[in-house]
Write a protein that binds this ligand. Structure first.
Ligand SMILES: NC(=O)c1ccc[n+]([C@@H]2O[C@H](COP(=O)([O-])OP(=O)(O)OC[C@H]3O[C@@H](n4cnc5c(N)ncnc54)[C@H](OP(=O)(O)O)[C@@H]3O)[C@@H](O)[C@H]2O)c1
Length: 166
């Protein structure tokens, strides 16, 4: 099962605000996110889930919270108290891919274990206090760059997986 980070990052590295707000709205980027993730589980932090207001349709929404009493009564949502249990669950369901969709705290954990990253770099800076982690060129190989009008999509693979791609 491929573990794939998907994120939208402003030119200055900002991805959001710790009060849960997204600093921008881009229909084009949301469409790319939707097309890429539809049908697959999406793993997110509790703050990101709260900020969505409702589960994202057509995907199993997996929420990470450290609180045992954080319960969402919805068949499309599952809550786990640790990242590995969430990944093990997806593996047990035989999903081919799982997407890790943020926010900042979850990306910090995920960048250590993900196989691939799909990063939209927006063509503007944004005000915020949640940032995407530093991408190490030693660890991540850039596979492709795709221009869209409001952003550029950078696809990365973890260097130790390079040979499997060829
Ligand atoms: N631009 C993008 O691509 C993108 C994507 C997603 C989100 N965002 C933005 O990012 C911001 C939110 O990011 P954030 O860093 O503040 O919060 P976050 O990563 O969404 O959520 C953090 C929460 O996740 C839970 N958590 C963290 N580590 C955990 C672990 N190891 N095990 C279990 N649960 C764990 C905790 O929930 P509890 O407090 O309940 O324990 C923690 O408070 C928002 O502005 C959002 O809009 C941007």
């Amino acid at each position: 099962m491929k573990k794939i980070i998907i994120a939208a990052v402003a030119e200055n590295g900002v991805i959001g605000r710790s009060n849960g707000e997204m600093p921008w709205k881009s229909k084009e980027e949301f469409q790319h996110f939707r097309n890429t993730t539809l049908g697959f589980p999406i793993i997110m932090g509790r703050k990101t889930f709260d900020s969505l207001g409702k589960p994202l349709a057509g995907r199993l929404n997996i929420v990470l919270s450290t609180k045992n009493d954080y319960i969402i009564a919805n068949d499309d949502v599952k809550v786990f108290t640790d990242f590995q249990s969430a990944l093990d669950f997806c593996q047990s369901q035989n999903f081919e891919k799982v997407f890790i969709i943020g926010g900042g705290v979850i990306f910090e954990l995920a960048i250590k274990i993900a196989d691939e990253m799909i990063i939209s770099i927006m063509k503007f800076s944004a005000e915020g206090d949640v940032f995407f982690p530093q991408i190490s060129e030693k660890k991540w190989k850039l596979l492709s760059k795709e221009e869209r009008s409001e952003f550029t999509i950078f696809r990365y693979v973890r260097r130790e997986h390079e040979s499997k791609q060829n």
